[in-house]
Design a protein around this ligand. Structure first.
Ligand SMILES: C[S@@+](CC[C@H](N)C(=O)[O-])C[C@H]1O[C@@H](n2cnc3c(N)ncnc32)[C@H](O)[C@@H]1O
Length: 152
């Protein structure tokens, strides 16, 4: 599982809860969360769920909605923020990893201010933003990661 997601969960949750992964890819994070006792749903374009459009899960509400390295591919970012909001419990947490505008590899990254404003306008609270460098050992290059977390 993403070490960053694991750290986030360990800080915010005392017990296994219910999570939604937006853009789950190979479901690696979903499977690892399930091993930890979480009830977890993952959705992806590969399974016909296009997050350019609103998505409301029949399993909602979730304690955690997270999305790793997907938002930079989404054109309709307002709809994506709404999908996070609408699937969360009141006081539930969101966690997003995407690429910052100055990422040396990915051209579609965004600024911290842009993402923060999008999340504030949607009505999220306790928003925390981080930018940091991460070395991708598999691809042997650096990324500039933009992390956002907060509550409904
Ligand atoms: C870089 S992968 C990240 C996968 C996974 N979250 C991870 O951290 O390993 C990006 C994923 O976003 C999905 N994706 C891209 N555009 C999408 C869209 N419009 N709707 C849903 N999923 C999308 C892709 O199919 C792909 O699985």
């Amino acid at each position: 599982m993403s070490e960053y997601l694991e750290n986030f969960i360990n800080t915010k949750f005392r017990k296994s809860s219910k999570a939604l992964d937006l853009g789950a890819g190979d479901f690696c994070d979903v499977k690892n969360l399930e091993k930890l006792g979480w009830e977890c749903e993952g959705v992806d374009l590969e399974m016909g769920i296009d997050l350019e459009k609103p998505y409301i899960s029949k399993n909602k509400p979730f304690d955690l909605v997270y999305s790793n390295y997907v938002l930079q591919r989404i054109k309709n970012k307002k709809i994506f923020a709404k999908t996070i909001y609408d699937n969360l419990k009141n006081d539930g947490w969101f966690f997003i990893h995407t690429f910052e505008k100055n990422d040396p590899v990915i051209a579609s990254g965004m600024t911290k201010d842009f993402l923060q404003e999008l999340l504030e306008k949607k009505g999220f609270k306790n928003i925390e933003m981080k930018i940091f460098d991460h070395y991708d050992k598999g691809h042997k290059h650096w990324h500039k990661i933009l992390e956002a977390s907060g509550r409904k």
